[in-house]
Design a protein around this ligand. Structure first.
Ligand SMILES: Cc1cc2nc3c(=O)[nH]c(=O)nc-3n(C[C@H](O)[C@H](O)[C@H](O)COP(=O)(O)O)c2cc1C
Length: 406
């Protein structure tokens, strides 16, 4: 039997500490998030459902996306102990230039839909953190405006091969003039993936206030106020459009694109060429033979072919096939700094993230993106320390294995 007594006020008082975080409501909301999944939960409350679903969703039954995330859960690290990990260096090189982290902000279309601060906010965070930012062909900020908003960021431009080759060539020329260092050619989009959430939500571009969406819109007056009181939401590189994303993709994108287009682009573009959307070893070889400097092992975040290969599982064989001639990156389902460390251990030079920073953008504009970058950085640092290594170069294949599927 434990002897009990009545606690004294002098003992209780120091324990009662109302947690007052500094800043406004947005700062407090973001500060309370312990990881990117918490940021996602905040994001969900900030924007209309159709907008959240467009960002969060994937194609078909969303199996590709679920498998990409699940693969990261099967990672098992092999740590060393009793190493001095008091100082950790997370920097690396990407396309031969220094990067503060093995991380790139992936190209995402329609970014100003998530929050009116849009691509400039994302690029400014990339600039501050010291990582590359890729602007999408479907971006809502022009290449030139983005360059002005974040003059020091490493600027990449993502290109789709269009039916209209002249417009495509004109964009490449503009990217060159606006000082973009790399073109990211996305090749996993001959046609639009089946985005069922968008179809069910009646999601269109620009967002339409229909009877169906009005009730949900009423729950997010702040988002609508921002949308209606800032620059009209338009694709910066495409002429005005009113229709579904799938209709747009099918109208603009070139289903007849082939490897010859990659060779042509290589001949026309003097900067670095990254080919994004590689899912097999054969395709990796073919695009590197055609002159790609880097490939992204990616199924477009599960937004195109459902039941596509899982990037983390394909990665080691792609690295073995082309890693001596090209850099290999990976994306899809990354929500934690430990995921990035795992991908690096499996041979990736860097990872791209899309949804992670978009959740931040929806949750709190530029501050939300910064919070996501800070969380990912802290997670990477802690993972290296707990692995007993002090630099990205030491994150080698012997540090990880994939546990078999249960
Ligand atoms: C809302 C959204 C829009 C996207 N738009 C583009 C795009 O315009 N061009 C492109 O190459 N990839 C696009 N992607 C794919 C990303 O570049 C990246 O491959 C993917 O988001 C990685 O998966 P993650 O979101 O799980 O990190 C988009 C992804 C999302 C979530």
């Amino acid at each position: 039997m434990v002897a009990r007594r009545v606690p004294r006020w002098s003992e209780l008082a120091p324990l009662i500490r109302p947690r007052r975080l500094p800043g406004d409501a947005v700062d407090r909301r973001l500060a309370k998030a312990a990881d990117v999944r918490d940021i996602r939960a905040i994001a969900r409350r900030q924007v209309p459902r159709a907008v959240f679903d467009y960002t969060d969703g994937a194609a078909g039954e969303e199996l590709s996306l679920a498998r990409s995330s699940e693969a990261f859960r099967r990672v098992e690290f092999r740590p060393s102990v009793l190493r001095d990990v008091s100082a950790v260096d997370l920097s690396t090189t990407i396309l031969g230039k220094p990067s503060a982290l093995p991380l790139v902000f992936a190209p995402t279309g329609f970014t100003r839909l998530m929050n009116s601060e849009g691509e400039p906010a994302v690029a400014r965070v990339a600039e501050r953190v010291g990582i590359p930012h890729a602007l999408s062909t479907m971006g809502t900020t022009s290449m030139e405006a983005l360059a002005a908003a974040a003059p020091q960021v490493r600027r990449w431009f993502q290109l789709y091969l269009w039916r209209d080759r002249e417009s495509s060539a004109a964009m490449v020329q503009r990217a060159r003039e606006a000082g973009y260092e790399a073109l990211v050619l996305t090749v996993a989009t001959p046609v639009a993936g089946a985005r069922l959430r968008d179809a069910r939500n009646g999601f269109s571009i620009p967002p339409a206030l229909t009877l169906r969406t009005a009730a949900n819109a009423a729950l997010h007056p702040r988002w609508w106020f921002d949308l209606l009181t800032t620059e009209p939401l338009e694709f910066a590189s495409l002429s005005s459009w009113g229709g579904t994303i799938a209709e747009l993709v099918d109208k603009v994108f070139e289903p007849a694109a082939t490897i010859a287009d990659v060779r042509r682009l290589r001949a026309d573009w003097p900067g670095s060429l990254v080919v994004k959307g590689i899912q097999t070893v054969e395709d990796a070889r073919e695009v590197v033979d055609a002159g790609a400097d880097a490939v992204v092992v990616s199924n477009h975040g599960g937004r195109q072919l459902d039941r596509a290969p899982t990037p983390l599982e394909v990665l080691p064989s792609v690295v073995a096939a082309v890693g001596d001639r090209a850099e290999v990156y990976l994306d899809g389902g990354i929500l934690d700094g430990a995921d990035v460390v795992a991908a690096v251990a499996f041979g990736a030079r860097a990872c791209l993230v899309g949804r992670a920073y978009l959740y931040g953008l929806m949750a709190g504009g530029e501050r939300g993106v910064q919070r996501v970058a800070d969380l990912l950085t802290a997670e990477m640092r802690r993972t290296l320390q707990l692995l007993g290594v002090t630099s990205i170069a030491e994150v080698t294949a012997d540090r990880v294995r994939l546990r078999p599927t249960p």
